[in-house]
Design a protein. Structure first.
Length: 120
């Protein structure tokens, strides 16, 4: 699957920076730490690539607070292609649940903007 590498919108980078600053006191890894943990070909931005096929890529990360997965699935039909993004999160503790509750509204905005950019 071909992934277009382009810079995310400024506002989403700002939200990630705020999130990074908020998680440091709790021992969670920042996006910068995740980027440095793996070489470029095995990740998309700071998300490690867990599996890849011609029509789907699965990104994700496991941490002691929560496990995260993002599936980007391309479905080709008679009227063109459709891109579906699906996220799944398994929380492990109270901190993971609080973090998920705090980022959920922003996650929806970023996911929609990212899929729209990928589809364009």
């Amino acid at each position: 699957m071909l992934i277009a590498h382009s810079a995310p919108p400024y506002w989403s980078r700002a939200l990630v920076a705020v999130c990074d600053a908020a998680v440091v006191p709790f021992g969670a890894r920042t996006s910068g730490e995740l980027r440095r943990a793996r070489p470029d070909p095995t990740r998309v931005d700071f998300f490690p690539i867990l599996s890849e096929s011609p029509d789907e890529i699965v990104l994700g990360e496991d941490d002691h607070h929560l496990d995260f997965r993002l599936s980007l699935l391309r479905q080709v039909g008679p009227h063109g292609s459709m891109l579906t993004a699906t996220t799944a999160v398994r929380t492990h503790n109270r901190l993971g649940r609080l973090y998920l509750r705090a980022i959920h509204p922003f996650h929806i905005l970023i996911a929609r903007a990212t899929v729209a950019r990928a589809a364009a």
